[in-house]
Design a protein around this ligand. Structure first.
Ligand code: ACO
Length: 166
């Protein structure tokens, strides 16, 4: 497997990967309206950390990913969607995906990851170092993040000195 940052830069390769990602999210997040998922995944302000698996024919297929929108001037990214294909869950890929997402966020000088976690995903996010206590000053995120019913706003502070891939 490999991890790759994918954004809609118009290239055929990336569009195929984003389509695969969109399909995983639509399947694994059935409460999310499909047009909404599609719009954000292909939105040029969003990018995704994709988990790719090499097939016997040497092609890469999407097994999961994390789609987020960086807010560089506010120092955070909001994770919009995160999922692993059903048949690959509970094998540690979700943990590795988050570690790669954190390292990339550090590289682009972000200090926080925020997400509106589905209530049933709260235990997963807690294991990944997220907390319900939001340290990022409210004025930096309010109005930028879509907080709604049935979700829990959670935050993970990123530490420069920590290598999340170790
Ligand atoms: N049931 C019980 N425990 C689980 C489950 C599950 N379905 N999924 C993960 N865990 C636990 C694992 O046991 C593990 O615990 P451990 O570290 O004590 O062993 C821990 O969570 C991490 O497990 P991973 O194998 O690294 O996670 P996985 O690859 O399964 O990915 C994920 C977790 C992404 C939540 C996956 O289950 C998934 O795609 N779920 C459906 C989609 C979803 O709910 N996404 C999040 C919605 S919120 C949002 O998108 C902003």
């Amino acid at each position: 497997v490999k991890f790759k940052v994918v954004r809609n830069n118009g290239s055929r390769e990336n569009l195929i990967l984003l389509l695969g990602l969109k399909n995983v999210f639509v399947k694994q997040l059935p409460n999310m309206p499909k047009p909404y998922v599609t719009r954000l995944v292909f939105d040029r302000k969003h990018e995704s950390m994709a988990l790719l698996k090499r097939t016997d024919r040497g092609e890469y297929i999407v097994m999961g990913g994390c789609c987020y929108r960086p807010f560089p001037s506010q120092g955070f990214a909001e994770i919009a969607f995160l999922a692993i294909s059903h048949n690959e869950q509970v094998r540690g890929y979700g943990t590795r995906l988050m570690a790669h997402t954190k390292e990339h966020a550090k590289e682009i000088k972000l200090s926080y990851l925020l997400t509106c976690a589905d209530n049933n995903a709260v235990p997963y996010f807690k294991k990944q170092g997220f907390s319900k206590k939001i340290q990022l000053p409210r004025e930096l995120w309010q109005g930028y993040i879509k907080d709604y019913e049935g979700v829990t706003l959670m935050e993970c502070k990123l530490h420069d000195k920590v290598n999340y891939l170790n």
